[in-house]
Design a protein around this ligand. Structure first.
Ligand code: HEC
Length: 111
């Protein structure tokens, strides 16, 4: 029984550290791919009021939106702004960035 608790604890810690490593990689990509230049630090301060805040948004939703923009399935008025950046982005990178952004504190509501 003790051994089982030990194994369970160990696997819990392992999955937490994998999630943290993914978020760190996501944060790095977010900066390297210049996402920050439009969506602001930690996805919290978009440079235009018409650009979306991303911090605290559900990861699964963001993954879907990023894939749809990359694959040309989402073509809103402003989607073209994102397309160039998303082109060539792997599903793996998209997942890491989404996980990082989902774990950031949501931006305060506009005044
Ligand atoms: C040149 C400015 C610009 C850059 C750079 C940019 N984005 Fe965007 N992003 C936008 C705009 C504008 C939209 C809204 C697109 C639309 O209306 O279809 C958007 C939409 C999104 C969405 C969907 C949000 C929602 O609520 O549906 C996500 C997620 C996102 N961007 C993530 C990223 C990530 C990650 C990067 C970097 C890899 C990035 N963006 C780089 C301008 C930008």
């Amino acid at each position: 029984m003790k051994k089982l608790a030990y194994v369970l604890t160990l696997s819990l810690f392992t999955s937490i550290s994998v999630a943290q490593a993914d978020d760190a990689a996501g944060a790095k990509l977010y900066t390297e791919k210049a996402c920050l230049s439009c969506h602001g630090e930690a996805g919290n301060k978009p440079i235009m009021e018409t650009y979306p805040k991303l911090a605290g948004q559900t990861a699964a939703y963001m993954v879907q939106q990023m894939k749809d923009i990359r694959d040309g399935k989402r073509t809103n008025g402003l989607s073209a702004t994102m397309m160039g950046i998303m082109a060539g982005m792997s599903d793996d990178d998209i997942g890491k960035i989404a996980s990082y952004l989902a774990n950031q504190a949501p931006a305060p509501a506009a005044q």
